[in-house]
Design a protein around this ligand. Sequence first.
Ligand SMILES: O=c1[nH]cnc2c(O)c(F)c(-c3ccc(F)cc3)c(-c3ccc(F)cc3)c12
Ligand SMILES: [Mg+2]
Length: 214
Amino acid sequence: TRSTRPQRLLGAVQKSATRGDPCSVVNAIDQFCRHTEWAMNVGDEKGCILDSVVSEVNPATVLELGTYCGYSTVRIARLLPPHAKLITLEFNPDFAAIARQVIAWAGMEEKVHLVEGASGEWIPKIKEQFGVKALDLVFLDHWKDQYLPDTKLIEECGLLRKGSVLLADNVIFPGAPQYLEYVRSSQQYESQYFKSHLEYTKVEDGLEKSVFLG
Ligand SMILES: O=c1[nH]cnc2c(O)c(F)c(-c3ccc(F)cc3)c(-c3ccc(F)cc3)c12
Ligand SMILES: [Mg+2]
């Protein structure tokens, strides 16, 4: 039977990237998705903005909503200090299975907890399951209609502290208008839009960075 897009992406990593070298994994995926087969990774252009926010926040604890094949998981984890933790939630078991292998190929297993399940179900469990007091950075890259309800759930679960940063992908394309309205109008957030392009294309998209003011 025909392989799936995530399986072909994993094949490209195993063929072209060096085991234990996260940068080569990121580059292999970007090369494959730009020149062979498009896939919904945050990509190289928006990925540079992601890198700068991760480096600025220097987070001890990161929550990623939406793992897909693990591209941004590896991209973030490669910048984290040794004992930092990245918890990534993926609803789709087929995506999760590929992501585990991509994360392992990059040698990032120590820093990453991949959880298969629904964000709405798992967000309330993060504190007890992972001994997390607060999230320093949240990367929202799952289903656009879940951005706002999950942000409110994260607030209600007391997972944010003064200075916690939310970074959301695809706020223009496909777009998350209700989320943007909320973080841009709330007194509890200071928001900033980083204009960019939909991964591997010339279509406009961007990332919204929102600092929780407490
Ligand atoms: O769903 C997503 N989650 C996270 N990031 C995404 C992302 O970075 C994307 F570029 C797309 C995208 C955008 C344009 C397009 F043509 C195809 C896919 C999607 C997406 C949007 C609608 C769907 F029906 C399926 C996937 C996502
Ligand atoms: Mg995305």
